[in-house]
Design a binder for this molecule. Sequence first.
Ligand SMILES: Nc1ncnc2c1ncn2[C@@H]1O[C@H](COP(=O)(O)OP(=O)(O)OP(=O)(O)O)[C@@H](O)[C@H]1O
Ligand SMILES: [Mg+2]
Length: 376
Amino acid sequence: MSEAGDAGLARAEEAELEHRRQASAPPGGAQERAADRVVSPLADGDERAIESALRPKRLDDFVGQARVREQLSLLLHSALRRGRPPDHVLLSGPPGLGKTTIAMIIAAELGAPLRITSGPAIERSGDLAAVLSTLSEGEVVFIDEIHRLARPAEEMLYLAMEDFRVDIVVGKGPGATAIPLDIAPFTLVGATTRAGLLPAPLRDRFGFTAHLDFYQPNELGIIIRRSAGLLGVELRDEGADELAHRSRGTPRIANRLLRRVRDYAEVRADGVVTREITRTALELYEVDERGLDRLDRAVLDALIRRFGGGPVGLSTLAVAVAEEAETVEVVAEPFLVRQGMLARTPRGRVATPAAWEHLGLIPPANGGADMPTLFD
Ligand SMILES: Nc1ncnc2c1ncn2[C@@H]1O[C@H](COP(=O)(O)OP(=O)(O)OP(=O)(O)O)[C@@H](O)[C@H]1O
Ligand SMILES: [Mg+2]
């Protein structure tokens, strides 16, 4: 990449940090509680700076998501060959899997400048017009959390994406007029953790949609070893393997656990991250072999020991673990459901046999409470 490209990327990283500082969730909510946990898929403010140092900068350094990588590579190379900006790209998937990373890679691979903004940051359509009307040809515009875009801005985006045009409204009331303004051809990269919330007309205007999936432990192992190299951490393969299995399929969590284990290794041992050190450190942080933390286990424990495996309502379950219902629902449950340990049924939450086994208990003979109930 050219020096200009590097500088552009550095600016993009700064913009990303700033944007995150502004857009971070209000304090006190379940989101913040989530970000407090060592296994949270969300990033907190300080973490963003460290993350940008660990972000792969080019497609070749991006680990995993093989199909998405291959498709993107074709998209970008054919655009470069034609000398035209590629189709708009929509990236969807849970937090911490690499959406922002890919947006930055797209700009880097195209050698194009990158503008970063987000749905919540664009409060009025004028904010969006200000971005779009000052673009240079081929620029990449990244709109994070695009599902949170306000309606008028969204409608402005339709026209911009399709015809590279915006209508600037001048004046107010009956005298208001819309002045059409041509804008430079650009590529929009949208990211969302909630693809289902995107209105169809917006979704349809993306020529390329990539859904990011959770990573396999071997892929996380590669990511962890790469990060260890960048952080100057001496990491044994078995240590990497152990970390990979406890990272909930999420690179952000993998990188965070690596840093916690490194701290432990440096203070309590000789700095080398071995399997033993990893196990002891993660025991201290209460992250178990499958990546469950204290809250996850408390939920399963209450469900099984107090309510016989369920079904039990969310609010009752939350009281039993002394948490807010939202915290249990947003923070603990998605992972437990994905692990096949908890099921959400119309009558309430139910522990599956896998949950009983994880707590070292024998599931009830009737196959456990995961069987569909006859009383619905
Ligand atoms: N495929 C990957 N290879 C290496 N590192 C990765 C990969 N994907 C993500 N990471 C690392 O994980 C961290 C989080 O990634 P990123 O910020 O791109 O996630 P995100 O999907 O944008 O999350 P959010 O939804 O919270 O915005 C980054 O620091 C990045 O270094
Ligand atoms: Mg992101």
